[in-house]
Every structure is written in structure tokens, then in C-alpha cells.
Design a protein around this ligand. Structure first.
Ligand code: ATP
Length: 315
């Protein structure tokens, strides 16, 4: 994958910046550790190799370090020790703007902005004047098409998130109990009362559409998805993964998931985390044959569909 130029290395300050258009690339991590400020040792001695173009699934129990790993790979945090190499260069050698341009993150905590539905999707590719068809295409791929139907003002509907500006102007900074009703910003603020709150699943679909809009730039070659489908129904999640995989040409895709299924079966590489360590890695069949942590997690989920409910234990 080609991320962009790196800064000249500090040790070889006269060397030209790296400009190669690399294709066949590994993304190796060597002995990577990460501790949060409260000294929580979230990742311990992670060594792995993700190859360019691979579809990678990251699985593991809660708190095993999956999200921390994704944050490191997307450079939201820096390793406490160890190295992450991208295209033969330390991840920190790349200009951050180049790295961000080449990366699409699709995380569970991504926000809806107090803008129109259309703009919330459109902002995925702000460098290009897109046609309505192109935006609609991204909305379809994100599974957000049906959300539009229920919106009174269609794609112009202003959206609201829990944290976003509430339509209640009384909660606004400039308003106090003794403020007069003639504040110059009050009319604009009151206009926001028309905004619409979306559900958790709807939010994920809109953010998914924004991610597909990011792909539209043609510059994205690393995609990191962290439980971004946790609020989707089963059909919605399956369709989202299908659409993501359909776009995988020229991209390395890393997806954190708690659900075992078509994605884990199809993944070129599964990273199974446990207690901050990379416990097992390989393909679905290989890991099942190991009969270790991956097999244990898989069997728990498979058992949910096959075991009879023990009604006695519920008494
Ligand atoms: N911001 C933070 N500050 C301090 N500790 C953190 C922070 N984020 C995560 N941790 C801790 O780091 C460890 C790994 O957390 P991480 O979120 O990476 O796990 P995870 O596998 O993604 O969990 P989950 O499946 O619940 O999302 C946990 O012990 C967690 O409590």
C-alpha cells in the first residue's frame, strides 16, 4: 500500500524523503507494547505481520486489547515500545496528513455531526465535488438508504447525536435563565430544533456510508473497522461486511469483531487476542484445529445456536 512520503529519518537527515509507490507491502509489528497513562498494560510484546491487501479479523474477549491494537495501527496512539513498520518505514516517519489520507477508520464511537444527512455522508470525501448519484451510492453501500424514507425533510434533515447541540436552546452557552429572548443567535439556534436524533444502528449506517464516501477518493488503502456494526441487526451487519469486502481491491482491511461468521471464515488472517497478547493467529480452519482460545470463543457462539435451553437452570 502506498501511504505517502515519509519525513527524512533523523539518523539520515540528508536522505531523500521516501517516494516509492509501493505495492506488495507488509505491515509488521515487532515487540509492540502499549500502556495507558494509568499504567494499564493494554498490549504486551505484540509481533505480527499484516500483508498488503489482506482482510484481517481481530477477535478476543472484552479488554483483550483489540481496540488498542487498532488505535496503534491507525496511529491514534504511539507504541510505548516496539516498532510498527509500514512499507519498510516506521509508521511515525510518515507525514500524519498523508497517513490520514490513506487510512479510513470506521469506529464505534464515530460521530454524527449536527449537519444534514447528506452532509454527514458527503464529508467522507470533501476534496471532490461529487454528484448526487455518487453520494447516493455511498448511502446505499452503508445500508442507510431506508433511513432517508422516514425523514421529514429527506436528505436535508439536520441530524443530532446524543452529544450534539440539542434542539433545546435553553441548554445553549449563550442562554441563561435571565437572558432575554432577543439574543442575536437565538433565531438560528431555534432553527436547529428541527433536528432529528438517530438510533445507534442508524448512526452506524450513516457513518458506514461516510466511510464508503471516503473510498471514493481512491486514496484509501488501509481500512480499520472497530466494532462498527455492533448496533446493526444481523442482516445489516452481513450486508455491510459484504459491501466492505467488495471494495477491498487495493486495500488492506482490519476489522475488529465479536461475531464469528462469514467474515472470520473468509479472513486471510485472524488475530486472536487474550490479556493484551496476540494469543493465536492464522486462518479460521487452522485456528479451529488448534483447539485453543479461538476455538473456545467460536464454540461458545456456535453453541448458542445448537444447545437446548436448560430450563431447569433458569428455575
Ligand atoms: N483510555 C484508556 N485508559 C486506560 N485504560 C484503558 C483505556 N482504554 C482501554 N483501556 C484498558 O486497556 C485494556 C485493553 O482495552 P481495549 O479497549 O483495547 O480492549 P478490547 O479488546 O477492545 O475490549 P472490548 O472488546 O471490550 O472493546 C483494558 O484493560 C482496558 O480497560
Amino acid at each position: 500500500m502506498y501511504i505517502g512520503e515519509t519525513w527524512p529519518s533523523r539518523r539520515h537527515a540528508t536522505r531523500n524523503v521516501h517516494r516509492s509507490s509501493i505495492i506488495n507491502v507488509n505491515l509488521p509489528c515487532r515487540d509492540v507494547c502499549f500502556s495507558y497513562k494509568n499504567d494499564t498494560s493494554a498490549l504486551k510484546n505484540i509481533s505480527l505481520s499484516i500483508k498488503s491487501g489482506q482482510l484481517v479479523a481481530v477477535v478476543g474477549t472484552n479488554g483483550s486489547g483489540k481496540s488498542t491494537l487498532i488505535k496503534l495501527l491507525t496511529r491514534l496512539i504511539e507504541p510505548t515500545s516496539g516498532t510498527i513498520i509500514v512499507d519498510g518505514h516506521s509508521i511515525s516517519d510518515y507525514k500524519l496528513a498523508d497517513f490520514r489520507r490513506a487510512t479510513a477508520c470506521f469506529m464505534q464511537d464515530h460521530e454524527i455531526f449536527p449537519l444534514s444527512f447528506w452532509e454527514n455522508v458527503r464529508m467522507g470525501d470533501v476534496d471532490y465535488i461529487c454528484s448526487d448519484d455518487e453520494i447516493m451510492n455511498a448511502i446505499r453501500k452503508g445500508g442507510a438508504e431506508d433511513i432517508l424514507t422516514g425523514m421529514t425533510e429527506g436528505d436535508a434533515t439536520i441530524l443530532r447525536n446524543d452529544e450534539g447541540p440539542s434542539g433545546d436552546y435553553r441548554k445553549c452557552n449563550f442562554y441563561s435563565s435571565d437572558a432575554n429572548e432577543n439574543h442575536p443567535l437565538l433565531p438560528q439556534w431555534k432553527a436547529l430544533e428541527k433536528d432529528v436524533k438517530v438510533s445507534g444502528g442508524e448512526k452506524q449506517r450513516i457513518v458506514a456510508a461516510r466511510t464508503f464516501m471516503r473510498f471514493h477518493s481512491g486514496k484509501v488503502n488501509f481500512v480499520a473497522v472497530d466494532e462498527a456494526s455492533s448496533a446493526l441487526d444481523a442482516a445489516g451487519e452481513a450486508q455491510l461486511f459484504e459491501n466492505l469486502v467488495a471494495e477491498r481491491a487495493g486495500k488492506t482491511i482490519v476489522i475488529v469483531t465479536h461475531r464469528f461468521g462469514p467474515l472470520t471464515r473468509r479472513a486471510d488472517l485472524i488475530l486472536c487476542m487474550k490479556d493484551g497478547r496476540l494469543y493465536e493467529s492464522g486462518r479460521h480452519d487452522e485456528l479451529l484445529a488448534l483447539n485453543g482460545e479461538y476455538a473456545r470463543l467460536y464454540n461458545i457462539q456456535a453453541g448458542e445456536f445448537t444447545n437446548d435451553i436448560d430450563t431447569d437452570s433458569e428455575k
